[in-house]
Design a protein around this ligand. Structure first.
Ligand code: NI
Length: 224
């Protein structure tokens, strides 16, 4: 399932991030690609250890923490420090599946990628092409500041950019709930309890019990 999360960054925050990124030095995108995906990948990326990537990545993480739908849907245990890529005219990323385990060079950090995320940083009318296409889902091209979350098990690609530049942040999430079907059930339960609670009042005894069911399922299934 692909889930759109609107407004992770405000238009002003996205514009400030774009300006910082445009001023940075970009390198060949194959620095993070696996062997198969290196053949398919033609784009540019900020080096992971660059000051700009670290600073702007921190801003993305802060914004994610303020996005309740992201937290409810992903139930993150670990988030890979956000990376940034840029596709100019003719650049593309053909069909691939993201690596299952991500390491950060020179650190103990490692993560099982359960979910992949792309945070769009410029608006769709600034470029042609550059759609994210995941197997079985319609093409995705979102407003600046919106995020798309999808299972990392999905074959996906970015279509060639034919005008302008596409700038985005991308990263992976290890979820406390490894099983996607269980994670979807928890999101459905969470949203339903919120909706019912808004109508019946959070202190309604049935809402209290249902909230307990949510937390007790999370306690039963979560791996930290
Ligand atoms: Ni990918």
């Amino acid at each position: 399932m692909m889930l759109q999360i609107p407004g992770v960054l405000t238009p002003d925050e996205a514009a400030a991030m774009r300006a910082a990124l445009r001023a940075a030095d970009w390198v060949d995108g194959n620095v993070t690609a696996g062997r198969q995906s290196a053949l398919a990948k033609q784009n540019r990326q900020l080096p992971e250890d660059s000051a700009t990537a670290r600073e702007q990545g921190g801003r993305v993480l802060d914004a994610l923490g303020r996005a309740p739908l992201f937290v409810a849907a992903a139930l993150p245990s670990k988030i890979y420090p956000p990376l940034f890529h840029l596709y100019g005219v003719g650049e593309t990323f053909g069909d691939h599946i993201d690596n299952a385990i991500r390491f950060r060079a020179g650190s103990e950090f490692r993560l099982r990628s359960d979910l992949s995320a792309t945070l769009f940083l410029n608006d769709p009318d600034e470029y042609d092409g550059g759609e994210l296409i995941a197997e079985g889902s319609p093409p995705v091209k979102l407003p600046a500041g919106d995020l798309i979350l999808y299972p990392a098990t999905t074959v996906h690609r970015v279509t060639p950019v034919t005008r302008g530049e596409r700038i985005a942040s991308f990263f992976w999430i290890q979820s406390m709930i490894r099983d996607g079907a269980a994670r979807a059930l928890l999101l459905d339960l969470d949203r339903s309890v919120q909706e019912l609670g808004a109508r019946a009042g959070q202190d309604d005894p049935a809402i209290v019990r249902l909230t307990g069911v949510y937390h007790n399922l999370l306690r039963r299934w979560a791996e930290l």
